[in-house]
Write a protein that binds this ligand. Structure first.
Ligand code: DX5
Ligand code: ZN
Length: 208
C-alpha cells in the first residue's frame, strides 16, 4: 500500500515537509482549493510553489477547483506524479488530456455523493481514481464508513472494464480504516500523520 501525505491540518507545512523527507512516504498530496468548488481557499500558487520546493518527494496534486485547466499548466512545472481533477467540474476529458501532454498521470476524483458508475465514460483517460471519504474542503474530518463499500464496488467495476487504474482514498484515514481499505493502492492521510511526533511510525501503520 502506498501512502500520500496531506498538509491541510499542518501547523507548519515547510517544517513538516522537511521532516517527511526523512521518511519513506511515497507522495506529497497537495490540496489546492479555489474558494469556489469548495468554500475554503488555499494559499496562492506562487506561495505554494515555494513551500513545495522543501520536498524531494513526488507530488500528488488534488485540484479542488471549478476550472482545472487554468491550474494544470502551473502544477505541471513542479515535481508532479499525478494531477487529479474532480468529476463534478467542467471540461473533464480535455483537462485529463491536457495533464497527459505534460507526461503527468491523470487522476479523477469523486465526492462522497457521486455514484461510482459515473467514472465509466472517463476510464480510457485516467490513471488514478481518487475516492473522497469526506466532503472535500478541509482536513481532520471523520471518515465516512460507506467509502469501504464504494472502494470495493469501484475495484469490481475496474475489473469488469479491464481498466488498469490505481485507486486512491482521501479523507479521515487512520490505521483502523486502512485495514478495511485493502482494495486501494494509495491512501492519502493528513491529520493522522501530521498530528503525530513520529511520522514514520504513522506511515508504517497505514501500510497494511
Ligand atoms: C479534503 C482533502 C484531503 C484531506 C486529508 O478536502 O482533500 O486531502 O484534507 O486530510 P485528513 O486525513 O486530515 O482528512
Ligand atoms: Zn486531498
Amino acid at each position: 500500500m502506498k501512502v500520500s501525505a496531506s498538509f491541510l491540518s499542518s501547523q507548519n507545512i515547510a517544517t513538516d515537509l522537511k521532516k517527511l523527507n526523512d521518511t519513506d512516504i511515497d507522495y506529497i498530496h497537495v490540496d489546492f482549493m479555489d474558494g469556489k468548488f469548495v468554500p475554503n481557499k488555499t494559499l496562492p500558487f506562487r506561495q505554494m510553489k515555494h513551500i513545495y520546493e522543501f520536498t524531494s518527494k513526488r507530488l500528488d496534486v488534488h485540484l479542488m477547483v471549478e476550472k482545472p485547466k487554468k491550474w494544470i499548466s502551473k502544477f505541471a512545472t513542479l515535481n508532479t506524479e499525478f494531477i487529479t481533477i474532480h468529476l463534478e467540474t467542467e471540461d473533464i476529458i480535455t483537462s485529463l488530456e491536457q495533464i497527459h501532454t505534460y507526461g503527468i498521470k491523470a487522476g479523477l476524483s469523486i465526492k462522497p455523493d457521486t455514484a461510482i458508475e459515473e467514472v465509466v465514460p472517463y476510464l480510457p483517460y485516467v490513471d488514478l481514481i481518487l475516492v473522497m471519504a469526506v466532503e472535500p474542503g478541509k482536513g481532520g474530518q471523520e471518515f465516512m464508513e460507506d467509502t469501504v463499500q464504494r472502494v470495493k464496488d469501484l475495484k469490481k467495476l475496474l475489473k469488469k472494464y479491464k481498466a488498469n487504474i490505481e485507486i486512491s482514498v482521501d479523507g479521515g484515514i487512520n490505521n483502523e480504516y486502512a485495514k478495511k481499505l485493502k482494495n486501494a493502492d494509495i491512501l492519502v492521510s493528513g491529520f493522522y500523520i501530521t498530528s503525530s511526533d513520529d511520522f514514520q511510525k504513522q506511515i508504517d501503520s497505514l501500510r497494511v
